[in-house]
Design a protein around this ligand. Structure first.
Ligand SMILES: [Zn+2]
Length: 321
């Protein structure tokens, strides 16, 4: 093993990708389409990998959340009342939800901060791109992407952030949070037009509104590698046309996978690894720090989801190692 080289988009130093994980990322929500245990399974799959160091993040604070979310919504998640708001993300509320979401958002923040130092880092947590300022949607409680971006801005560590969202679903929460944040850019490349807690909407059904700092590229039903790779090229070009961000947050979704119950796309493990390689190669070429998160993935055999997420680490090593 060559553990002496750190992975950097700019190609400097030695080593190892730091991936943030905590056993308490998984809120105890019982049997649910959202496979909470995948986070631990990915961590287990990385154990012994000489190119990855798994580290525990610190939880975000309530003040970190309140830069992005309303007081009423934050209180609802902490207390469970009003219950409809506390469960707007479609999880059964329990007192364990609050510490769990503070930790997962902390994972995204730690990875973002680490990427600024090392060039590349990961959080074994979701980005939570459906979460809005005043409510959750689609298994997303607090928008960890924007919480992390706001925390780093508040600490004067960065000024601008671009989100490259390659989850199957349109990142409607992040797009809504772009409205009053001209320093934030969101590019969502999606095959399922998620909208208002509706799990599946065909991209042909509805066209959402793009804005000056949030754009989207729809992948029609049946899209395979060629269409996906073209979209990645267009999406990364859109980010650079907006500006050169101080940080890229990459939503590496496992739900575009062809066996995923929500996916109408024709993409297998190799296609998704190729997608990841293209994203990492772009960031390295441009010298942009990049932190990635494990976005959605609902294939009933959760080992298939874990394989896609582990494939993202292989792609990172292949490009940057
Ligand atoms: Zn998704």
């Amino acid at each position: 093993m060559d553990g002496s080289r750190r992975v950097l988009p700019s190609g400097t130093t030695d080593g190892v990708i730091t991936a943030y994980h905590h056993p308490d990322f998984a809120a105890p929500i019982g049997q649910h389409v959202m496979p909470m245990r995948k986070f631990q399974m990915v961590a287990d799959g990385l154990a012994g990998n000489p190119f990855v160091e798994v580290a525990a993040p610190v939880a975000v604070s309530e003040a970190d959340l309140l830069r992005v979310h309303t007081v009423d919504y934050v209180n609802a998640i902490r207390t469970g009342e009003p219950r409809a708001l506390a469960e707007s993300q479609k999880f059964p509320w329990s007192p364990a939800l609050w510490p769990s979401v503070l930790l997962t958002n902390g994972g995204v923040l730690a990875a973002a901060r680490r990427a600024r130092r090392d060039g590349l880092s990961a959080a074994l947590a979701s980005g939570f791109h459906h979460a809005h300022a005043d409510h959750g949607e689609g298994f997303c409680t607090f928008n960890g992407l924007v919480v992390a971006a706001e925390a780093l801005r508040a600490a004067n560590e960065i000024r601008t952030v671009a989100v490259l969202d390659l989850d199957l679903h349109y990142g409607n929460g992040t797009a809504s949070l772009c409205g009053d944040r001209p320093w934030l850019f969101n590019c969502s490349i999606y095959g399922n037009e998620y909208h208002a807690n509706t799990a599946y909407r065909d991209v042909a059904i509805r066209r959402h509104e793009d804005g000056p700092n949030h754009v989207s590229i729809a992948l029609p039903n049946g899209s395979g590698r060629a269409f996906l790779m073209d979209a990645v090229a267009r999406g990364t070009a859109a980010i650079l046309a907006w500006g050169r961000p101080d940080l890229v947050l990459y939503q590496a979704g496992a739900d575009p996978y062809r066996e995923d119950p929500y996916s109408p796309l024709d993409l297998d493990d190799d296609d998704l690894r190729e997608r990841d390689r293209a994203v990492f190669a772009w960031a390295r070429r441009e010298g942009l720090p990049l932190a990635w998160v494990l976005a959605g993935g609902y294939t009933p055999d959760v080992s298939r989801v874990v394989a896609v997420h582990l494939g993202t680490f292989e792609a990172a090593r292949g490009v940057c190692g």
